[in-house]
Design a protein around this ligand. Structure first.
Ligand SMILES: Cc1ncc(COP(=O)(O)O)c(C=O)c1O
Length: 480
């Protein structure tokens, strides 16, 4: 069994095993003609159930053959231009190379004595990101597992900085289309069930700052404490960006922590054309960025950044075995002092390899391309009488709904759109997402693949219309 341990004696086995795996994936990527096979849970589950984990195959080729059957054949492939659903991007090769290196070396970024150079690389990337945001000389941050954890940590710091001993008094203000991790964080932080105040959005799905001002004032008058305003720079559904400068003004006026959830919109930090769309982000107290959404990085790669490094102390605990207090005096950089995690992947390496190979402009150019593609998609949809499209895109999502000429019942239109999404998924020809707008079912393209073309979008819209028409046709037959 020792032959499976990666060490000085097994370097050749490592090379051949990993190469064999890479060959399989490369062949798969080259021949995948649809984003999904349409496999059902009922078809796949018995294949996985049938595998006896206590009877290993011992042979890499046999394990890879089996993996083909239970995973690779039917996986969802984000690199395919007709994968248009969630905020999960195709990945760049330098980052995948970084992933291979980091798992083989297996640094853990909690302490210097488990990472050495890894710690300094992560720190440099944090500094690079805070400089891009413009957070100032005292800024700092740390890599996290994703936007959910970044938002949680930011709100933990905000809670600790708030001037009250009574958790029940704390209020967080976030738009009605902010990410659900804000509410989840409030619960984890022990705040009251009504602690997250939902602020209405305008027709472009941006937080209404007049409503925010009103709610902040109401909070103050009621003797409550405004703990944080969460401004979203790139909402999950619409890609809308809240008015950051106005929100910053209000946060200053009410002495409230400003958190910017730029999990999605952070791609604009590298943009060559649209950086100004997140102007005002530099006034935040904390920022969430998900490199695994708009920097073309593999999951996971995220960070939470703060204006004032000292606020990270709220996540600091010391253990004799790991990061004793004396190490701070000795100036030993232990990243665990800033993180909610202990053992932590060296995800930063992927971004490092990306920036060193492609440069930030390379990433920015790709993100600009998907924003431009969304603008084209908007024109397609706006000119097509078969569809109703909701908001002109600021980033790269389009929310729309098929509206059949002959049907006026909104519930029937809902059912036709739900059916079209399911039928499309089952066919594997394309994958799109869905959401609700004003209580009605809509469909969504999240465009993160520069390889997607206007022709792809037009073809997928035709497929959607075809499935919806089929549903409506069958409904008429059933009724008659
Ligand atoms: C605006 C926003 N914030 C936070 C998150 C959560 O990020 P993650 O899925 O990386 O935890 C998402 C995910 O889609 C998001 O869109």
């Amino acid at each position: 069994m020792r032959s499976h341990l990666l060490n000085d004696t097994t370097a050749e086995r490592y090379r051949s095993s990993v190469t064999e795996g890479i060959e399989r994936v490369a062949a798969k990527l080259a021949t995948t003609d649809r984003p999904f096979t349409g496999v059902t849970v009922d078809a796949l589950a018995p294949r996985i159930d049938a595998i006896d984990l206590d009877r290993p195959l011992h042979d890499t080729a046999a394990v890879l053959d089996e993996l083909e059957d239970v995973y690779l054949r039917d996986a969802i492939y984000f690199h395919h231009p007709r994968y248009l659903a969630h905020l999960n991007c195709p990945v760049v090769i330098p980052a995948v190379l970084g992933e291979a290196v980091l798992s083989a070396v297996n640094s853990s970024l909690d302490t210097w004595d488990q990472s050495a150079g890894g710690t300094l690389i992560e720190r440099k990337l944090i500094d690079w990101t805070t400089a891009r945001i413009g957070l100032g000389p005292a800024a700092d941050g740390v890599f996290t597992s994703g936007g959910t954890q970044s938002n949680l940590q930011a709100l933990l710091l905000a809670r600790e900085e708030a001037k009250t001993d009574t958790l029940a008094k704390l209020r967080i203000f976030a738009s009605e289309v902010s990410h659900f991790s804000v509410k989840k964080s409030a619960k984890l932080l022990g705040l009251s069930p009504d602690s997250v105040v939902s602020v209405p959005v305008d027709q472009d799905k941006r937080m209404q700052t007049l409503a925010l001002a009103h709610e902040l004032e109401r909070c103050k008058k009621a003797g409550l404490v405004p703990m944080a305003v969460v401004a979203t720079a790139g909402t999950t559904d619409f890609g809308s960006i809240d008015p950051l400068p106005e929100i910053a003004e209000l946060c200053e006026q009410y002495n409230t922590w400003m958190h910017v959830d730029a999990a999605y919109g952070c791609g604009l930090l590298a943009s060559l054309k649209y950086r100004d769309r997140i102007d005002g982000i530099e006034r935040a107290d904390s920022v969430t960025v998900d490199y695994h959404k708009s920097f073309f990085q593999p999951v996971s790669s995220s960070a939470v950044l703060v204006r004032d490094a000292a606020t990270l102390r709220h996540a600091t605990y010391h253990a004799e075995y790991l990061n004793p207090r004396r190490m701070v005096q000795e100036r030993i950089p232990n990243q665990v002092d800033k993180s909610l995690q202990t053992t932590r992947r060296f995800d930063a390496l992927k971004l490092w390899m990306t920036l060193r190979t492609m440069g930030a402009d390379g990433i920015g150019q790709l993100f600009d391309e998907v924003c431009d593609l969304a603008a084209e998609g908007w024109q397609l949809l706006a000119a097509d009488p078969r569809f109703d499209v909701v908001v002109q895109p600021t980033l790269s999502t389009l929310v729309f709904r098929y509206i059949p000429a002959a049907v006026t019942d909104p519930a029937e239109i809902d059912r036709a759109n739900l059916y079209a999404r399911k039928a499309l998924f089952a066919s594997g020809d394309a994958v799109v997402a869905g959401t609700k707008v004003d209580g009605r079912h809509y469909l969504k393209f999240t465009l993160l693949n520069p390889e997607t073309t206007a022709a792809d979008m037009a073809a997928v819209l035709d497929l959607i219309a075809g499935h919806a028409e089929q549903y409506l046709g069958e409904t008429v037959v059933r009724a008659s």
